[in-house]
Design a protein. Structure first.
Length: 131
C-alpha cells in the first residue's frame, strides 16, 4: 500500500476494519508505480483506484479481485488557487459539477475549506545588553 497517512490507504484500512479483516503483513511503498509493479510480480494484493490501473487491467497484468459486500468510499475536494480567477474552462467545469450534484440531491452539501496562514517561526529574543 501507499505510505502511512495516504488517504487511499486510510479508506481501504477503514473498509477492512468494517469487515473485521485486514492484511497479515503490510509493506509501504513510495509510489503507485512501485505498488503496481510489486503486485504484478506476485508480491500480494493492494487496494488501489481503478483509474490508477487502467493500463495494467487492459494489458492483463493485473486483475480486479471482487469481494461481495465490500465498498470503499473516498471523498475528494476540488481545489483552485484562491487568488486567481477561474479560467473559462474551469468555470464550465464548476458549473457542470454543481449541476451534477444538484441532480443527485447533493446541492448545498459543499463545505469551503478554510485556509490557514503558515505558522511563523518564533525567533528567540535577544538578551538585553548588560550596562
Amino acid at each position: 500500500s501507499r505510505e502511512e497517512g495516504s488517504s487511499t490507504r486510510a479508506a481501504f484500512e477503514a473498509a477492512w476494519r468494517d469487515l473485521g479483516i485486514g492484511p497479515a503483513r503490510r509493506i509501504a511503498l513510495p509510489s503507485w508505480e512501485a505498488v503496481k509493479l510489486t503486485v504484478a510480480r506476485g508480491g500480494g494484493v493492494t487496494g488501489i483506484s481503478r483509474y490508477a490501473v487502467t493500463t495494467e487491467l487492459a494489458a492483463g497484468s493485473l486483475a480486479i479481485l471482487r469481494v461481495p459486500g465490500w465498498r470503499v468510499r473516498r471523498h475528494f475536494s476540488v481545489v483552485h488557487a484562491r487568488d486567481i480567477p477561474l479560467s473559462p474552462p474551469a468555470e464550465r467545469f464548476r458549473s457542470m459539477l454543481r449541476a451534477a450534484t444538484a441532480s443527485l440531491g447533493l446541492a448545498g452539501t459543499r463545505r469551503r475549506a478554510r485556509a490557514r496562514p503558515p505558522k511563523r517561526a518564533v525567533r528567540p529574543r535577544r538578551a538585553a545588553a548588560a550596562t
